[in-house]
Every structure is written in C-alpha cells, then in structure tokens.
Write a protein that binds this ligand. Structure first.
Ligand code: IVH
Length: 702
C-alpha cells in the first residue's frame, strides 16, 4: 500500500520546512520498505536523490534539522565515552530451563498461582507429552524465539526516538543512541498520530549470519579483528564510540517487550497485542511467535523451532515463554533478577569447552592425512563429542592449539565437530605442540607434503590398509558401483582380516566366508552376495568413477565415458588425448595418466573384468549436460588446500567458465585468504561468494 514518492511529487511545496518534513517521511518510508519489507519501491539512485536533497536543505537551514532526521542515521562525531543511563524500569534477565520437566514445573507454578484450589484430574491426548488437568483452565502464553544478540531499550517520547540504552547491569546501561539511529530498520519516529507520552520498546540487537560472515570477510581483507560469532560482532558493532562504524555494520533488531509506558490512551492488554501494536507503529517484530496454551503448547512450539533453527538467517539459543495477559504478568511479578511470568527454554549448547587430550592422524582415500583431536568427551549441541577435525597442520598452527590445551568445540547441525580455538588463559605448563608424523601410522610408508599443497599425504597407495578401506567404500558407494549392504564396519573387518586386498576380491566373497564375520548372519551374508552379483553390471561412467582416480568425480567420469566410449580407449589415452577432451584440464589429465601408469591399477581393472564386472560400451559420443555449464566463476585469494590451477581444473570439468574479473555477469566468486578488491567488488554487486569447502560441495568432490 506504499505509494510511490519520488522527488518531483513532493517538491510541489516551496516552503523548506514543509519540504524537509516531506523528505523525512518519504525517506523513512523507503527505509521501511527496503530494510523491513525487503521490497523497495524506488531505485537506489532515486533514494540517493531524496537523501542528498535533505542533506543540502539541512546544511542551508540548520535550524530545520530535528533529532529524528534520517540524515542522523549515517553516524556522527566519535564519542569520548558512553554516557550512563538509568533504567526507569530495570532490565531483567530470564530464568533458564534446559528440560521439559523444568518447563512443566514453570507452567505448574504459574497455574497454581492463579488456580491453586482447583482439583487436578489428569487427562491426556495422544499428542500430549504431559497429562493436563481436566478442570484447571490452561494458561495462555506467547512463545517467542530467544535471539542470541544483546538487549536494548529504545525510548520514544511523543513518538520520537530520543534515547537508546544497553542493558548494562540491568539498573544502568550505556547511551548508544547515535549508534542505534544508524539502524535503518528502527523507526526514528513512530507511525502514529497519537503516540503515547513515553513508550520504551525493549528488544534484541543482532547480526544476521550472512551479515556476520560478510563483516568478517571485510575485516580479514582490512587485516582487522575477526569476530568469533554473530553475537560478539553485534556487541562490538553496537558499542562503537564512532557511530560511522556502526552505520556500516548492518545490525538488525527485533522488539519483544516493553519498559516504561506513560500517557497513552490504552496500552495493549496482552503481550501478543503489544507485539501487533509494535508492528503497526513500524517497530520490527519477529513473526515466528505463537500464542499457545498449557505445557503441551509450550513444548510443541519448542520442538517446532528446534527443527527449523538452523534454517533461520540468525542465531537463536532457545525460545522464551511469556504469560500472555499483561495484568497476570504483573500479578506474578518478579523474583530478584528475573520475572516469574517468563521462562527461557534453552537449546543444548552448540559450543562447549573441553580438554584436548591428544592429536592423532587419520588417513583418507587419497592418502590425505587429517589431524584429529581426541577430546575429553563433552556434550555439544546435544551430542557427545570425543573427536573433532583439525583439518590440517597449518590450521593447528593458525589456531595456536597445543596438546593439553582447553579448547572450544563447535558442532553445527550434522557437520563434523571442529575446534574453534584454544583458551590460552587455561594453558597448562606441560602443553606441547603437535608434530606431523613422517611415517604413516597405518602402513609405515612415508608421509609427504608437496610444495604447493597444504595437505600431507601417505605415499602407500593401496598398500595402506587405511587407504584401501576408503577406496573400497568409495568403490561400493551408491553413486559408484552401488553395492548395497557393504558398510563401514564390514569393510573394516574384511581389510583387517586380510580377506580382501582389492575391489575385485569383493566379487569373490561367498556366504561361508561372510558368516564368519561379526554381525553377519546367514541372511545378511546372502543378501550381500546377491547385491554384489547385481552390482556387477554397471555403466562405463560409474565404473570409471568407482576407480577413485584423484580429481575424477562423477561429472568427469561421465565426460570421459562419453568421450572415449570404450574403456580400452581410455586406458590407451595419452596426456595429449586427454587434454583434447573438452573440460578435462591438465591436473586431471596428469592424474589419470599417473593412475594408469601404475601396473597394480591396471591389474585391478583386469581382475574386475575377470570376475564378471561388465558395462555397456559405445563408440558414440553422447552429450552430457554439465552441472555448471555456462556459469562464470572468478577465483581470488589463496584457497586452503587447492592451488589456483587445480580449482580451475575442477570447475572447468563441471562446465564452468573461469573469467578474470568480477562483473554483474559473474555467477560466483571463489575466495580464499587475502582476497582483495575482487571480493569487495563481488560483495558490492551481490555476487554469491564461495569458499573452498562450498565450492567442492558444489562440485561433489569432497
Ligand atoms: S524477554 C523481563 N524475550 O535474553 C524479560 N528476552 O536471558 C526480559 N532475549 O536479556 C527479556 N530473546 O537479551 C526476552 N524473545 C525474548 C528474547 C530475550 C532474547 C535475551 C535478552 C535478555 C536475555 C535474558
């Protein structure tokens, strides 16, 4: 319903005072459309024209500038220090609950407060977790998200934002008005003709995860401090003495409560009505709240939010329950530092502290040696963690991690747990550095690190049991030979007991051998033999992929199968032949040549043919549709493990075009450490930015 307001439609008046007010209104309206609704009405240049006109008018007529002028949003002169602010209504904290039982106890307490003498006759429906009283009316609550940011109080006097203060110790905070004014989501003037004398809005300042990541990239390029998490970054951005810095930080805000309220016609009777009123006044309110009843209503909200938590664009650390009726809230009152009418139901921590006991190395399919942290077991995000990846040697050095250190472990969703950093204040005297072994702990072959690589590798190839296991699992996976029922545990036993040396040996397995293994009953043994038989007939591209040639992912395997038609054509291909294949680059060609020049690899292929593995061959070139066909990529900075040339090869094999400079046509920028102007340009053009891991995930080569 916002109407288009462009410069000339409001320049009809010649009175500068009126014009200034009209500009205030127009600019704030566009701020709201842009920052709140995500639906701009006018172009950026039209917006700039309005803004510049206001700047000029205020310069010519300084007396016309008011405290709620949008020009104040760009930040002003740095402060020497923040002024202290006394909260008229204390800013309290919340009591926390970590279990369903603690939530049930809270609901009981509230319920007993209002209906102490009603009898309890438990009744329960199938979906309910807790039985509820058939006689007692259930309490109505508002369930909200618990934002992981920092609390702020916004004071509106007669509808104009006059003061913003941090929580501080709850009684006194700091005046951060100049900084808050730079947040364009926050109205400088409320959208109403009848504002209350005083309205103190309370809520949370936070950074969206995407804004946090963008901020850290900019900080890194500028060689400045990297923030640990969005909350930290939001706090650092809000507590800036120079509000021009805050203005650049894309802070967000959600209102969830009130402080002082004075001189209004009628203030809302319920918390849900308060939130709805805020929204009408133009104050940002998160829409993921719900009005629910009783303990089962509370818990089902918690479960619903737990499920979508990681999909939200900002961090939350739980949910908050509040008795809906404000009069009831008052009756319940406060106990020391927290209200009795509200409760925070927290999610299990996603980051925990623990002790790093040791660092061992793990050997991957291509021999890559990954240092793995052995930890004193700890619960992180609801799961017990005893191991965490340290990625590579450089990472350990960069994070300054010593064995014996206390470390912060993080788990995000289903991702492998990782160590965020060490806590140096807790470093014990005997802490010592990890040394990359020079000999593979599994097979005794040398470990080598090529000059242009970050990753150290075991040179043992298929002699190495660790590599053999991984190679077999790669061979058997669904996208390769698709051998159903051949999992991790089974491969471990088959290799450890030396039943299997090469993939061809798999097809020689019989039921009588299999039943001797742990957890292998006759039925599963028979099933495995059947699925091995079924897997024997495959396609050429799957067969090529299953060989596990370095850099040859599914897409490259398809290209090779289509190009060469027959396996023998590929086996006899020279480096020059391979390079002539569209989208096969020099790194991949070299890797294929190396693989095929090893007689034991040719041997495996021959054995696989002998045990009856077949695929349809054709001499026709078919067309493959490459996943990144036509997409323009730009590479910049140093990637953690891949050289520029290798990243280029991988991308080209998937059909991407590598171009030198970022423009509006660029589809993706792949950025590594020390990325500079290209990254900044990509950010300003809104070009999606990938790191090495996300690029590899896109290419399916992890
Ligand atoms: S209500 C008197 N609601 O959590 C009630 N707080 O642990 C005061 N928080 O300092 C807070 N989301 O910074 C409330 N939906 C929400 C919240 C919320 C995040 C923060 C707030 C508060 C802290 C208490």
């Amino acid at each position: 319903m916002s109407e288009l307001i462009v410069s000339d439609t409001i320049s009809l008046t010649s009175d500068p005072g009126e014009r200034v007010l009209a500009l205030y209104e127009a600019i704030e309206k566009h701020n709201h459309a842009y920052y709140e609704k995500d639906d701009p009405i006018i172009s950026d240049s039209e917006y700039d024209a309005l803004f510049n006109e206001l700047v000029t008018l205020e310069r010519v007529y300084p007396e016309l500038q008011r405290v709620d002028s949008p020009t104040k949003r760009v930040g002003g002169k740095p402060l020497q220090e923040f002024t202290a602010v006394t909260h008229h209504v204390p800013m309290l904290s919340l009591n926390n609950a970590f279990s369903d039982e603690a939530v049930a106890a809270f609901d009981q307490r509230v319920s007993n407060f209002f209906h102490a003498n009603l009898a309890v006759t438990p009744s329960k429906t199938i979906t309910d977790v807790f039985p509820v009283s058939a006689l007692k009316p259930q309490i109505e609550y508002v369930a909200e998200l618990k934002f992981d940011g920092l609390a702020i109080a916004l004071r509106y006097e007669n509808g104009i934002l006059t003061q913003a203060a941090t929580r501080g110790d709850g009684m006194m905070g700091e005046d951060v008005t100049a900084n808050i004014r730079t947040i364009k989501q926050i109205p400088l003037r409320l959208k109403t003709n009848t504002p209350p004398d005083i309205l103190e809005v309370r809520g949370e300042i936070l950074l969206l995860r995407a804004d946090f990541e963008a901020l850290n990239r900019t900080q890194e390029v500028a060689g400045k401090k990297i923030f640990i998490n969005p909350r930290n970054a939001a706090a650092g951005s809000l507590r800036q003495l120079d509000s021009r810095i805050t203005a650049k930080r894309s802070l967000s805000f959600f209102a969830y409560g009130s402080g002082e309220l004075l001189g209004g016609a009628h203030f809302p009777k319920t918390h849900s009505a308060l939130l709805a009123w805020y929204a009408e006044l133009g104050i940002p309110v998160n829409d993921k709240y719900a009005v629910v009843k009783g303990i089962n209503g509370l818990l089902s909200f918690y479960r619903r939010i737990s499920d979508i938590r990681l999909c939200l664009p900002y961090d939350i650390d739980g949910v908050v329950y509040k008795v809906n009726h404000r009069e009831k809230q008052e009756q319940l009152g406060f106990a020391s530092r927290a209200p009795r009418f509200a409760l925070a139901h927290k999610f299990p921590a996603q980051e925990s502290l623990t002790k790093l006991l040791d660092i061992k190395v793990q050997v991957g399919r291509t021999g890559a040696i990954t240092p793995v942290a052995r930890l004193a077991p700890v619960f992180v995000g609801g799961a017990k963690v005893a191991n965490a990846t340290l990625h590579n040697e450089d990472e350990i050095l960069r994070k300054d991690i010593l064995i014996g250190d206390t470390v912060i472990v993080r788990r995000a969703g289903d991702v492998i747990p990782e160590i965020v950093r060490s806590v140096k204040e807790h470093r014990p005297d005997g802490a010592y550095a990890f040394v990359m072994p020079s000999i593979c702990p599994v097979c005794g072959s040398h470990i080598k690190k090529l000059p242009d690589e970050v990753i150290a590798r075991c040179t043992g190839g298929l002699i190495c049991a660790a590599q053999r296991k991984q190679a077999l699992l790669h061979f058997a996976q669904r996208r390769a030979m698709n051998i159903e029922g051949l999992g991790n545990k089974l491969v471990e036993q088959l290799v450890d007991q030396q039943i299997i040396q090469t993939p061809a040996d798999l097809f020689r397995l019989d039921v009588s051998t299999l039943v001797t293994l742990d957890r292998m009953a006759e039925k599963s043994a028979k099933n495995l033999v059947t699925s091995l038989e079924k897997a024997k007939s495959t396609t050429l591209s799957r067969f090529i992929f299953s060989l596990g040639i370095r850099y040859v992912g599914e897409t490259a395997a398809k290209i090779l199968a289509n190009h060469f038609g027959k396996l023998n054509n590929l086996l006899s291909a020279t480096q020059v032949d391979l390079l002539s294949v569209h989208n096969i680059g020099s790194t991949m060609a070299q890797s294929i040549v190396n693989f095929l020049s090893e007689s034991h690899n040719i041997d495996v292929i021959e054995q696989l043919r002998k045990v009856g593995v077949t695929w349809s061959e054709s001499s026709l070139m078919a067309t493959v549709s490459l996943p990144l066909a036509g997409q323009k990529f730009v590479l910049t900075g140093t990637l953690p493990t891949l050289s520029r040339e290798k990243a280029k090869t991988l991308l080209e094999a998937a059909g991407a075009k590598i171009v030198g400079s970022v423009s509006a046509e660029t589809n993706y920028l792949v950025a590594g450490a020390n990325a500079g102007s290209k990254l900044i340009k990509a950010e300003s053009l809104g070009v999606p930015i990938l790191d090495e891991v996300s690029m590899c995930a896109m290419l399916d080569v992890l």
